[in-house]
Design a protein around this ligand. Structure first.
Ligand SMILES: *[C@@H]1O[C@H](CO)[C@@H](O)[C@H](O)[C@H]1NC(C)=O
Ligand SMILES: *[C@@H]1O[C@H](CO)[C@@H](O)[C@H](O)[C@H]1NC(C)=O
Ligand SMILES: *[C@@H]1O[C@H](CO)[C@@H](O)[C@H](O)[C@H]1NC(C)=O
Ligand SMILES: *[C@@H]1O[C@H](CO)[C@@H](O)[C@H](O)[C@H]1NC(C)=O
Ligand SMILES: *[C@@H]1O[C@H](CO)[C@@H](O)[C@H](O)[C@H]1NC(C)=O
Ligand SMILES: *[C@@H]1O[C@H](CO)[C@@H](O)[C@H](O)[C@H]1NC(C)=O
Ligand SMILES: *[C@@H]1O[C@H](CO)[C@@H](O)[C@H](O)[C@H]1NC(C)=O
Ligand SMILES: *[C@@H]1O[C@H](CO)[C@@H](O)[C@H](O)[C@H]1NC(C)=O
Ligand SMILES: *[C@@H]1O[C@H](CO)[C@@H](O)[C@H](O)[C@H]1NC(C)=O
Length: 827
């Protein structure tokens, strides 16, 4: 049958075959076909990460991506067991596309109204069935999407993107994205009913809640007939200059977040540059009934004391929707109550109020009804609210407003159980010690794995040296850090602990435990060696590493004065002198310049911010965390996670999905310089007390105002007022002007890092820069939740109108900036 030869053609006229009234087989068993331009592949796949799954699906994925990324799945609900040559995708003689297996018969079929006689698989990833007389589509995969929204997909009111159940289970999950009822916004829905995030209304060029859409780069969005049932929305991506297509996708992920990814051809990784809601705990019912959500931990969900995941296996595969159950079943007099603190929940749960009741009356009432799961009791007002249904969206109240006198008491038989802390899901990859017995049963598998790993022999002796790096054993580092007891901080790649080497030198070190290391042993070593060879006086030195079984640890020189960020808070006890600040600025610039220009391979740091600038005993700047992005499996989502709340350091091209160059670091450095000059964070979010109003966050962003004042020559207003004028005027002007050059919208205008060093040193003249315009658009919306409270009134006390000052530079895009007009409370 010569038809098979035509399979790879862009347009495949099947009429010849179909006219014979015979079914035409498109794919048989393990065959795949490529789209035009060879960008996508259609075939059977199994999504299991452990390789032993017998669930196979027909799907479309990127042909070139090293880790398979699936953009469409046909038989989501009915997987096929291991496809053999009798498993076929065929166009039937009656004009439908079917998936036929010998064991289960037809497991999937298209529902086209008109019969198809041909098909094509376009370069945009669309599988199209065409009708008999012309090639107009009778069915398209683009109109029946799964969880992925590709460029060119026309989204109408019928379109819904539904998440996978878990990252390895394509069956429909609980979260979906679609047009809202007014046909003027996009909503994320839980269980197709409860909206928990929306883009806000369409304004003509963007959505109210997504002003960054208007950042003029490679994405073009078009919304036809908004506000009418005929509304259709799509986006396209301009090809790169060599006309190769840019790969980009929006995905509703299994935990309910909408993520936008773009392929970085240079780095060969998927860059996630946008996501909503940024706080995972805003995803409705993520942790299920009685599940506790925290956005500060790697795994968002946990069960509170006395509770266990209801479905441990699902929980282990990150499907938390079943929530938690009481550890001991039954409902009888042996139940007791334990205060779990000021936890709160979202939404409505049936409660019954008891006014002026004592706590024991409250307890009795709850014990008398098996549906009662606990109660809130306010000791001041003697008000008691009995919870008669399991609440969803339980969160720590530190992110809530309202009284803190209410204490949540949860019912359980926990009086005689040993003291337990919040039991988490699977979070520990490295160094599980001691506490394992109190962890949930989901950890059993891991425990066995760890036990086994302890028995297996280490491949290398303790002193084996790779280049100038020392290879440490896990035991050694466990001892050095005293069982990982003194945590110095937590970055995007893992926690950092203080340690002392017991090698006779008693050297202090910082040990970084990598979370979810993505790469294999060999790759890890190769990358570590690369990092180990990068040495510069302004870079933190890597001393060695540990790579044993699941453990991946890096050992660095310890920096006694901590990170720059701890000196930037208005409440920090120590004030850095101007001389120190200038030295830090110059040192940091030199460190980054070395990464960009001094090493054999150019290294883009990607996460320059005060947290990653460490200070040695003489307050010399040392840049940390470079080169690590590659170690975590080329998946920048980890980096992105650290940027939560620090979006202000991210260059506009990064957010637009353009390839990242060294100029992205220059931008972040500029933002950092502003903080160093002003002695403040660009957005104050760490207010004392930690109270913040999630519904109406106050946002106040320093850079737009600072940029305007600097350009107008009022550097003195920007410099930290706590210095009382004790600073070098000329240096301050230079540093401030360099900062504004660094945060230019157009990366080509930003100076290279080597030039920045020369500018700071005064070797190169620094002229007045043009005003950067995009800073506001980039930090609006949910991406930036700062709290106005606690801002020093430098600006206000100068007698300027605050609202005038807050609108700062007008946003060029005309988009609404959600912090514009907000007046920060005076200190
Ligand atoms: C495809 O399956 C056939 C047998 O059905 C087998 O001989 C062949 O090696 C398989 N090809 C691949 C690439 O797995
Ligand atoms: C592998 O995955 C399958 C299905 O996803 C599961 O049933 C099986 O238990 C897993 N095996 C291991 C060793 O995790
Ligand atoms: C499906 O395949 C089986 C054999 O594997 C065949 O008997 C059956 O007729 C096919 N069904 C359709 C609808 O083509
Ligand atoms: C999207 O589809 C609708 C209905 O099928 C059509 O009217 C509209 O023109 C399409 N929009 C685009 C941008 O192709
Ligand atoms: C959005 O548009 C709808 C009309 O479709 C209107 O009722 C609603 O108030 C608008 N919301 C906002 C926040 O402007
Ligand atoms: C989703 O909705 C259906 C019907 O409205 C309901 O039966 C089901 O329990 C809901 N599932 C969850 C997890 O809320
Ligand atoms: C428990 O409370 C529910 C909800 O108010 C009520 O319907 C039920 O009858 C109560 N059960 C008992 C045993 O009181
Ligand atoms: C809630 O947050 C406070 C302050 O951040 C913290 O001390 C407390 O341990 C948290 N509670 C839980 C259950 O995580
Ligand atoms: C708690 O007490 C009950 C009954 O007194 C007993 O059966 C159970 O084993 C105890 N649980 C623990 C963890 O001690």
């Amino acid at each position: 049958m010569p038809c098979t030869y035509l399979l790879l053609l862009f347009l495949f006229p099947l009429s010849a075959c179909a006219k014979n009234n015979k079914a035409f087989i498109i794919i048989k068993g393990n065959q795949t076909i490529l789209s035009s331009q060879s960008i996508f592949r259609l075939g059977f796949f199994t999504p299991s990460t452990n390789g032993s799954s017998s669930n196979w699906y027909l799907g479309i994925w990127y042909a070139s991506s090293p880790n398979p990324v699936y953009v469409w799945v046909a038989n989501r609900n009915r997987p096929v067991s291991d496809p053999d040559s009798s498993t076929t995708l065929q166009l039937t003689s009656t004009g439908y596309l079917i998936l036929n297996t010998s064991r289960d018969g037809v497991v999937w079929r298209t529902e086209n109204e008109n019969p198809a006689t041909g098909f094509r698989f376009s370069g945009s990833g669309n599988l199209i069935l065409t009708g008999e007389y012309d090639s107009s589509p009778v069915w398209q995969s683009f109109q029946n999407p799964t969880d992925t929204w590709l460029p060119g997909m026309n989204v109408t009111r019928q379109t819904s993107f539904t998440s996978w159940r878990t990252p390895s289970d394509p069956s429909p999950g609980l979260y979906s994205l679609g047009l809202g009822p007014g046909f003027n916004e996009f909503q994320l829905l839980h269980n197709e009913t409860t909206p928990y995030w929306s883009t806000g209304n369409w304004t003509g060029d963007s959505f109210v809640g997504v002003p960054e859409m208007t950042v003029p780069y490679i994405y073009t969005f078009s919304f036809l007939n908004p506000y009418t049932p005929a509304a259709s929305f799509k986006y396209i991506v301009t090809p790169s200059s060599d006309s190769s297509p840019r790969l980009s996708r929006f995905v509703v992920d299994s935990n309910g977040q909408l993520k936008q990814w773009a392929w970085e051809p240079q780095g060969q990784f998927w860059n996630m540059f946008w996501l909503q809601p940024e706080d995972q705990c805003r995803v409705h019912a993520l942790c299920g009934p009685l599940g506790f959500c925290s956005s500060k931990t790697l795994e968002p969900c946990a069960c509170i004391r006395g509770f266990l995941p209801k479905n441990a296996a699902a929980w282990g595969s990150t499907d938390y929707s079943d929530g938690c159950r009481r550890e001991y079943d039954g409902c009888d007099g042996r139940d007791a109550f334990e205060a779990v603190g000021d936890l709160r929940y979202d939404g409505v749960v049936e409660t019954s109020r008891l006014e002026q009741a004592s706590k024991s009356v409250c307890e009795k009432r709850c014990l008398g009804n098996c549906s009662c799961v606990g109660f809130y009791y306010n000791g001041k007002s003697n008000l008691c609210r009995i919870l008669l249904e399991s609440p969803m969206n339980i969160k720590n109240s530190s992110s809530w407003t309202g009284t803190t006198d209410d204490v949540l008491y949860i019912r359980d038989r926990i009086k005689n159980s040993s003291k337990r802390s919040v039991s988490r899901g699977v979070i520990i990859l490295c160094g599980v010690v001691g506490s394992i017995s109190v962890l949930g049963s989901t950890l059993f598998a891991l425990l066995i794995l760890l036990r086994r790993s302890k028995k297996t022999k280490r491949e290398e002796g303790d002193g084996f040296a790779v280049s100038n790096l020392k290879v440490f054993s896990f035991k050694e580092l466990h001892k050095a850090t005293n069982g990982f007891s003194e945590k110095l901080g937590h970055g995007g790649f893992g926690a950092v602990f203080k340690g002392t080497l017991h090698d006779g030198t008693s050297t202090s070190v910082a040990v970084k435990r990598l979370e979810r290391p993505g790469s294999g042993e060999g790759e890890f070593r190769a990358e570590v060696c690369t990092i180990g060879n990068i040495q510069h006086v302004n870079l933190v030195r890597l001393r060695g590493f540990c790579s044993e079984n699941l453990h991946r640890l890096l050992v660095y020189d310890y920096m006694p004065n901590g990170s720059l960020s701890s000196y930037l808070s208005r409440t920090s006890p120590e004030l850095l002198s101007w001389e120190t600040r200038f030295r830090i600025a110059l040192g940091t610039a030199k460190g980054i310049a070395y990464l960009h220009e001094g090493c054999r391979d150019c290294i883009i740091h990607c996460d320059i911010k005060p947290e990653n600038i460490l200070l040695d005993s003489d307050y010399n700047a040392k840049v940390s965390d470079f080169g690590l992005a590659k170690l975590v499996g080329r998946d920048f989502s980890r980096v992105l996670a650290t940027m939560r709340g620090t979006w202000g350091y991210v260059a506009p091209e990064w957010i637009s999905g353009l390839p990242i160059t060294t100029k992205a670091d220059v931008y972040s450095f500029g933002m950092t310089l502003l903080e160093l000059i002003g002695g403040r964070r660009n957005v104050v979010s760490d207010t004392p007390g930690g109270e913040k109003d999630e519904k109406e966050p106050e946002k106040w962003f320093f850079p737009p105002w600072a940029a305007r004042e600097i350009i107008q020559g009022n550097v003195d207003l920007v410099v930290d007022s706590r210095l009382n004028g004790e600073y070098n005027n000329e240096e301050a002007t230079r540093m401030a002007t360099v900062a504004i050059w660094c945060i230019q919208d157009n990366e080509e205008i930003r100076p290279a890092m080597g030039t920045v060093v020369k500018m700071l040193e005064g070797v190169v003249e620094v002229t007045v820069p043009p005003p950067p315009k995009l800073i506001q658009a980039l930090v609006s919306g949910d991406s930036y939740i700062g709290v106005g409270n606690g801002l020093s009134g430098t600006s206000c006390s100068e007698g300027r109108g605050c609202s005038d000052l807050l609108t700062g530079l007008s946003s060029p895009t005309g988009s609404r900036s959600s912090f514009g007009g907000k007046i920060p409370p005076s200190p």
